[in-house]
Design a protein around this ligand. Structure first.
Ligand SMILES: CC/C=C/C/C=C\C/C=C\C/C=C\CCCCC(=O)SCCNC(=O)CCNC(=O)[C@H](O)C(C)(C)COP(=O)(O)OP(=O)(O)OC[C@H]1O[C@@H](n2cnc3c(N)ncnc32)[C@H](O)[C@@H]1OP(=O)(O)O
Ligand SMILES: Cc1cc2nc3c(=O)[nH]c(=O)nc-3n(C[C@H](O)[C@H](O)[C@H](O)COP(=O)(O)OP(=O)(O)OC[C@H]3O[C@@H](n4cnc5c(N)ncnc54)[C@H](O)[C@@H]3O)c2cc1C
Length: 670
């Protein structure tokens, strides 16, 4: 759609005059510097001027088939643009992925069917191939001569990878693997792009050689003819059917009937099968084939932040424009943003988007540093990365989904319109809580790490920095509540330590009463999930505070003030959410809680004048927001009427169903 130009809504214009800080300064902080902001904007300009974002009919009014076809069209032209014009016009050689990621949303309200190509297929090639394999597949994949996906999950198993049923049996006579789907539940299920789009995919299958099963390994499989796009003989492939979101991502199913691939199509960076069928196991760590999942979990923290920033921008701008009810008799109706309950719904969304974005950047740097350790042969830092990426993916996607839904509540009935874009944003983020490792499962992975860390600390060994609070707790350090940033973080660490201690005790007590370790663990899993979540909260709180302090060192005073107000709001909010835990594991008193409540309410008032400016500082263009409620000009009612008028349902004054059914019914002739 072409966005009509309107004058700025007067309420929104007034809001912007109230701003106390330089918006550009905050934009630069989140982009990683002035230079990066300017690069990002250049990229956005190129894409927006390309005409690619235009749809004749709103996406939500298209049929599923039309939506898919439209998304393929855009994905192809966008890929071409990335390979050619973007590079030439902007002169930027090394594309910054966040900038490309952001502008991709101007093209797709839903999801690109190519998402998994860049999101998982290419990263798996990079992380799992030998250098010879890399030379064969990477240039083709980057040049889009082949388009791929990642088919791991099956109809019967997603979480439990070791339970996957697809087999890859090595035939030494022909030097081939035979891929087979032995049961109904062994069919690959869910892979994005698999239904109709991709011609290659990474398949995860149980490797058999010389009659022995060596567990799951990764294989490069061509599934369609490159010219006709017909499924190759021995391949059964299709779309799995309508879903809550991901409507244009053609998630698919895949079955193999003794389908043969060359030996060299097993991705052999870590484990190998030699020509004679001898298996060579990974030298360093048994879970290196899970690396792409770790990579995606890391990027999903960024996704949580980005999508939350979109939702809260829409809801805050809408709340500044919307007037409803009365605060006092005979006074004009206030902007709904003036209600403290509305501020309570929304300002935590702004603070959380900041907290998650800075945590995502920190996690990304941690990921890069672990990769570089691994290149040198050191896998010692991998368990901590796995524990961190697991809990952060779980908690950030889950919190973001809840807060996005809260943004929709904050927009009343209009938030329920697809044109608000809030339902789309929600359905995308809701899926991130499940895919790439379900919430509970990932927290249980972190819990394994925490229990081990506890045991190590108990044995007097040094533990990694993110769990060093465990050693302090074991030394008997008592928590004394202080309502400073540092004091609150320490108390949240005391909560995490207290919960881990109880888990360890529960497991031991249960074992003393005769249970084996597995049962004792299983019966403690409710507490273990809770302990891992508490650990994650302490990591987010600490990272957010540290990063704001570091990044605003040379900022203007007003930016320091407003960024720190958000940090304090975040700390106060979580203190009030977790008073039960803090009363149990820290020395917080009722008086302290009263103080925190008052501080929280005062902060809502302090942040109020800057609310619109703070969401403007996410620098999200209207084309990325796609929202009748959240456009920069605040012309909410004009846009709602526009989208109603453009609704294809209104193209004819009388729908044919009147003549077919209603009229006969009215006349008693049906
Ligand atoms: C322009 C656009 C750009 C876009 C970008 C946007 C978005 C992001 C990009 C792309 C993504 C987009 C869409 C994605 C769509 C979704 C894709 C998928 O969902 S793919 C399928 C994902 N599936 C899962 O995540 C499955 C979850 N299950 C598991 O991971 C595992 O089964 C398990 C739960 C971890 C258990 O594994 P296993 O049984 O093998 O292991 P154990 O539990 O026995 O543990 C043994 C030991 O290993 C350690 N460990 C486990 N995993 C890892 C790991 N990954 N790394 C390191 N170590 C690991 C575990 O902790 C144990 O350690 P121990 O305690 O023994 O020391
Ligand atoms: C939109 C979308 C896109 C996807 N894209 C892809 C893709 O491209 N490629 C791909 O391979 N997969 C993909 N998936 C699949 C996804 O990775 C899985 O759905 C996900 O990992 C969860 O696994 P599951 O569906 O088997 O859930 P299940 O494991 O069946 O989970 C169901 C419930 O059981 C609980 N549960 C399961 N095991 C345990 C346990 N041990 N302890 C306690 N509770 C347990 C879970 O917590 C959950 O509440 C996609 C999924 C979605 C929704």
């Amino acid at each position: 759609m072409v966005l009509k130009k309107y004058n700025i809504n007067p309420d929104l214009a007034l809001e912007r005059q109230k701003c106390t800080f330089d918006i550009e300064e905050i934009i630069n902080i989140f982009d990683g510097g002035k230079e990066k902001t300017s690069q990002r904007r250049k990229i956005e300009d190129v894409v927006l001027k390309s005409g690619l974002c235009h749809d004749d009919v709103p996406e939500e009014c298209m049929s599923l088939k039309e939506r898919y076809e439209n998304a393929v069209r855009k994905s192809c032209f966008f890929s071409k643009l990335m390979k050619t014009e973007l590079q030439e016009i902007t002169g930027i050689e090394d594309f910054e992925t966040p900038a490309i990621r952001r502008i991709a949303d101007a093209l797709f309200k839903d999801i690109s069917p190519f998402l998994l190509h860049l999101g998982m297929f290419v990263p798996t090639i990079i992380g799992q191939c030998t250098s010879e394999q890399l030379m064969i597949w990477l240039p083709k994949a980057l040049d889009l001569q082949i388009i791929g996906g990642y088919a791991q999950t099956e109809l019967g198993h997603g979480t439990f990878i070791r339970g996957l049923e697809t087999t890859a049996t090595y035939d030494a006579d022909t030097e081939e693997f035979v891929l087979h789907t032995p049961t109904l539940t062994a069919h690959k299920w869910w892979a994005g792009g698999l239904g109709k789009t991709i011609n290659h995919c990474i398949v995860v299958a149980q490797l058999y050689t010389k009659g022995v099963c060596y567990g799951t390994h990764l294989f490069m499989v061509q599934i369609r003819d490159l010219d006709t796009h017909m499924p190759l003989p021995g391949i059964k492939v299709g779309e799995i059917g309508p879903r809550m979101g991901f409507s244009s991502a053609d998630n698919g199913f895949l079955g193999f009937n003794n389908f043969r691939i060359p030996r060299n199509n097993m991705l052999m960076k870590h484990a190998q099968v030699q020509k004679d069928g001898t298996y060579v196991k990974p030298a360093r760590h048994g879970k290196l084939t899970y690396q792409t999942m770790v990579f995606v979990r890391v990027t999903l923290v960024n996704e949580a932040a980005f999508n939350l920033s979109k939702a809260v921008t829409i809801a805050v701008r809408y709340s500044a424009v919307r007037r409803q009810s009365e605060m006092r008799p005979n006074e004009p109706e206030p902007q709904i943003l003036d209600y403290p309950t509305q501020q309570h719904k929304l300002f935590i969304g702004i603070a959380t988007a900041h907290a998650f974005q800075l945590t995502a950047n920190w996690l990304w740097n941690t990921f890069k540093s672990v990769l570089s350790d691994m290149k040198k042969g050191d896998v010692g830092t991998l368990p901590e990365l796995h524990a961190l990426s697991s809990c952060l993916k779980a908690v950030c996607t889950s919190d973001a989904a809840l807060l996005i839904e809260q943004c929709r509540y904050a927009c009343g009935g209009h938030g329920y319109m697809l044109s608000s874009n809030l339902p789309y944003i929600y359905s995308f983020v809701a899926a991130t809580r499940t895919y790439e490792g379900d919430y509970t499962i990932l927290l249980l992975q972190t819990a394994r790490f925490l229990v081990k860390a506890w045991e190590q600390a108990e044995a007097g060994k040094t533990v990694t920095p993110t769990v060093s609070y465990i050693s302090r707790s074991l030394k008997g350090e008592k928590n004394s509540w202080r309502s400073t940033d540092e004091g609150i973080i320490k108390s949240f660490q005391a909560v995490a330590a207290g919960k881990i201690a109880l888990c360890v005790k529960s497991i031991r007590d249960r074992m003393k009463s005769g249970l084996d370790y597995e049962d004792a663990w299983l019966l403690t899993t409710v507490q273990l999930v809770d302990a891992a979540e508490a650990h994650c909260r302490s990591v987010i709180l600490e990272t957010y505070c540290n990063e704001v302090r570091r990044l605003t060192k040379s900022s203007s005073d007003n930016v320091k003030i407003v960024m720190h107000q958000l940090v304090t709001l975040y700390l106060s909010y979580w203190t009030l959410q977790r008073t039960g835990d803090l009363l149990r594991y820290s020395s917080i008193s009722e008086k302290d809680i009263d103080f925190m409540q008052r501080q929280y309410e005062e902060l809502l008032q302090h942040i109020r004048p800057n609310a619109v400016a703070l969401v403007d500082a996410f620098d999200l263009r209207d084309e990325i927001l796609h929202s009748s409620l959240g456009a920069y000009d605040g012309r909410v009612y004009e846009r709602l009427m526009e989208q109603a008028e453009n609704n294809p349902m209104n193209a004819e004054p009388v729908n044919q169903s009147f003549h077919k059914y209603i009229k006969p019914l009215l006349q008693g002739k049906l």
